[in-house]
Structure formats: structure tokens, C-alpha cells
Design a protein around this ligand. Structure first.
Ligand code: CDP
Ligand code: MG
Length: 164
């Protein structure tokens, strides 16, 4: 059967602050509970060259040096999540970029509280635990950058039996 047009994949990273804070399990649990399928997963220690590829839209911005230091300071947990409208669904669950503004119920709002005022003063990146692709084009590009075809898995979840 052909995949539904609303079925999407998105790239999610638990950034070094999330890994170091021991939040991997809590964060993955939220995505699993929402019915999203884990299609790929690995731990990666990003180097500056790869950071520039992943954050190519931000290279040259004032906050980029701090962002590169942050994303290379420890391993990240990279995932491909699959589900209906997965890109938008995951962004909704992750919440706005600044944890201080992120509402309760979102991952950034519940599990972090950094502010731009503080990080701009210190010249560091805002620590918000997660990266999630911003739109469908970004998702496709980022999944291709982070995962090879044989690292992405096709299998059936109970949601495919009971929801779809
Ligand atoms: O991650 P998200 O898509 O929500 O935000 P972005 O605008 O694509 O920025 C990427 C990352 O850069 C953010 O998640 C922050 O960690 C960092 N950033 C920052 O430290 N200071 C800013 N003024 C903007 C972004
Ligand atoms: Mg972004």
C-alpha cells in the first residue's frame, strides 16, 4: 500500500545539554506516547565541519560561534521520527526556541528555562535541549545529511493497526 500523503519523517536531535542532563529517556517517551514511530536512531559527536553543514542557515549570524561550541561540546542523540504531519507535530511538542517563552506542556517549556537576555549577555547559545526540522524541505535535507538509507527502518507499530 502506498504511504499516505500526510505521513512524514522529521529529524530530531537531543542536543548535548539534553544528553548530559540525562533527559534522553524522558524526551523519547513523549514522542512514543504521541504515537510517533522511531524510524532511525544513533549517537553522534558532531565536529565543527558537520555543525556548519547542519546549521548552514545560521553560519555567519552573531550567535553562530556559540551555537557551534554548544552543538560540538558532547554527543547528540539523532532520531528520525515518522508519523502524520510529523514535522509540524514534533515542532508543536518541542515548543518555541527560547525556553523562557516556551509554554508548559512543550519539551522546552517543561524541561528548560534559558533566556535570550542571559545567553546574549554571556555570548553563549541558548540551551533548549532539542533540534527539530522546521519544515518538510528542511526535514528531507537534514535526514539525508544525518542518516544513510540503511540506517532508516520500516516496520509496523500498533498505531498502524489501531489508528490508521
Ligand atoms: O532550533 P530552532 O529551529 O527552534 O531555532 P533556530 O532559529 O533554527 O536556531 C537554531 C538554534 O540556535 C536554536 O535552537 C538555539 O540553540 C540557537 N540560537 C541561539 O543560541 N541564539 C539565538 N538568538 C538563536 C538561536
Ligand atoms: Mg531551526
Amino acid at each position: 500500500m502506498a504511504k499516505d500523503e500526510y505521513m512524514e519523517r522529521t529529524l530530531v536531535l537531543i542536543k548535548p545539554d539534553g544528553v548530559q542532563r540525562g533527559l534522553i529517556g524522558k524526551i523519547i517517551d513523549r514522542f512514543e506516547q504521541a504515537g510517533l514511530k522511531m524510524a532511525g536512531m544513533k549517537m553522534v559527536w558532531v565536529d565543527p565541519k558537520f555543525a556548519k553543514q547542519h546549521y548552514k542557515a545560521h553560519v555567519g549570524k552573531p550567535f553562530y560561534p556559540g551555537l557551534e561550541s554548544m552543538i560540538t561540546e558532547g554527543p547528540v542523540l539523532a532520531m528520525v521520527l515518522e508519523g502524520l504531519h510529523a514535522v509540524e507535530t514534533v515542532r508543536k511538542m518541542v515548543g518555541p526556541t527560547e525556553p523562557k517563552q516556551a509554554p508548559p506542556g512543550t519539551i522546552r517549556g517543561d524541561l528548560a528555562h534559558h533566556s535570550y537576555q542571559y545567553t546574549d549577555k554571556k555570548g553563549i547559545a541558548i540551551k533548549n535541549l532539542i533540534h527539530a526540522s522546521g519544515n518538510k524541505e528542511e526535514a528531507e535535507e537534514e535526514i539525508n545529511l544525518w542518516f544513510s538509507a540503511d540506517e532508516i527502518f520500516e516496520y509496523k507499530t500498533v498505531h498502524e493497526v489501531h489508528v490508521f
